[in-house]
Design a protein around this ligand. Structure first.
Ligand code: SF4
Length: 360
């Protein structure tokens, strides 16, 4: 009963047994006298397999028969089994590869999907780049307020007070010196000092041959004039020894010079070498950027402000931003008591609003 249940129909079971015998006969005939397999022994093995639910080979065939019991012809069950089994084996042999290929394709698709989906996420993340609210309108207003270009920086900037008719390396040296003098100094005083230096002869050799005391009187009263005499002398010697009488052409090299910092270096790169490599942030740019909240959070140093600005300000604005804001800071957005009532940004400036609210 359990046998029938397991192997399917009784007719198929009988046919299977006879089919095994037929197969054994054929194998025996093929192998000739060397074959030790007899029909009886095969038959008995088959019988034993039937009674014990069998060894793996026969059992496998029979199990297969059960599942295909409706398709197998009872007259030639063994041939059918073999054909189907062979095909099945081939399929089994092939399947892992197909499965591998299939898995590979699926993996590839999944991988491609992952790849195609990942950049989207990344680009979405990148698109969330921070920028100040209404900065373009504020920027446009400042451009309008600076239209006349009549601030001290417009007439006394380092590019204006250096000798554009001199040899290129001499012009670049003068740009560097004028920026060194301008630190902590009003443009008017810097311009006057540079005029005296140019009259004296503002080139590396002549400055190196000038006694410190005389150099001091020439640049006085710029801020920290004594220290600047020292810086100018040391820098001039380095330029003569290491740069063939010219100035370095990179921010990193410029920053190695005594008394030269990042702000100066970026401005030198732009004015002397005509290369915009960063934003020159001085006290005006630093102050105005914080008032307009062009920085994510209040910054303590011009260098911090530079990093913040360079993070979001479009690169094509880097060249003019210093000149624009310095003049604006000199004329309207003064360090103390800014002229908010004259400012086109009065209604959209966080600092102006803060001042109005703080009064009430
Ligand atoms: S409103 Fe006042 S604080 Fe704001 S940018 Fe104008 S001048 Fe400066």
């Amino acid at each position: 009963m359990s046998q029938s249940k397991y192997f399917g129909s009784p007719r198929l079971t009988r046919s299977k047994s006879s089919g095994v015998k037929t197969l054994a006969s054929k194998i025996g005939a093929l192998r000739g006298s060397k074959s030790k397999i007899s029909n009886d022994s095969i038959g008995s093995r088959s019988s034993s397999s039937k009674s014990s639910t069998g060894s793996s080979s026969n059992d496998g065939d029979l199990r297969y028969s059960k599942s295909h019991s409706q398709e197998i012809q009872p007259e030639t069950p063994t041939d059918s089994h073999r054909q189907i089994a062979d095909r099945d084996m081939k399929v089994k042999r092939v399947n892992p590869q197909k499965r591998k290929q299939s898995t590979g394709i699926v993996s590839k698709i999944k991988s491609d999907e992952d790849k195609s989906s990942t950049p989207v996420k990344v680009s979405k993340t990148l698109n969330l780049k921070w920028e100040p609210l209404m900065w373009e309108e504020q920027y446009r207003h400042i451009v309008m307020m600076r239209k006349r270009r009549d601030a001290p920086v417009d007439t006394m900037g380092c590019d204006v007070i250096s000798d554009t008719n001199a040899q290129p390396e001499v012009y670049r040296y003068q740009v560097l010196l004028s920026l060194m003098l301008s630190s902590q100094t009003k443009d008017q005083l810097t311009s006057a000092a540079m005029a005296r230096l140019r009259e004296h002869g503002c080139n590396i050799d002549n400055i190196l041959n000038t006694p410190d005391e005389l150099l001091g009187t020439l640049i006085y009263p710029v801020g920290f004039w004594k220290r600047k005499v020292e810086y100018i002398k040391k820098t001039s010697q380095i330029l003569k020894d290491n740069y063939h009488g010219d100035i370095p052409e990179s921010v990193s090299e410029l920053c190695k010079l005594p008394g030269v910092g990042p702000k100066m270096s970026y401005l030198v790169m732009k004015t002397a070498w005509n290369k915009v490599t960063g934003i020159g942030v001085d006290t005006h740019v630093h102050r105005i950027s914080n008032r307009l909240k062009w920085v994510k959070k209040p910054t303590k140093s011009p260098e911090d402000t530079r990093k913040e600005l360079e993070d979001w300000l479009p690169r094509d604005r880097w060249e003019d931003i210093n000149h624009l804001l310095v003049g604006f800071g000199q004329q309207i957005c003064l360090p103390v008591k800014p002229k908010c009532s004259d400012c086109l940004n009065a209604n959209i400036c966080p600092y102006s609003s803060y001042r109005l609210h703080s009064k009430t």
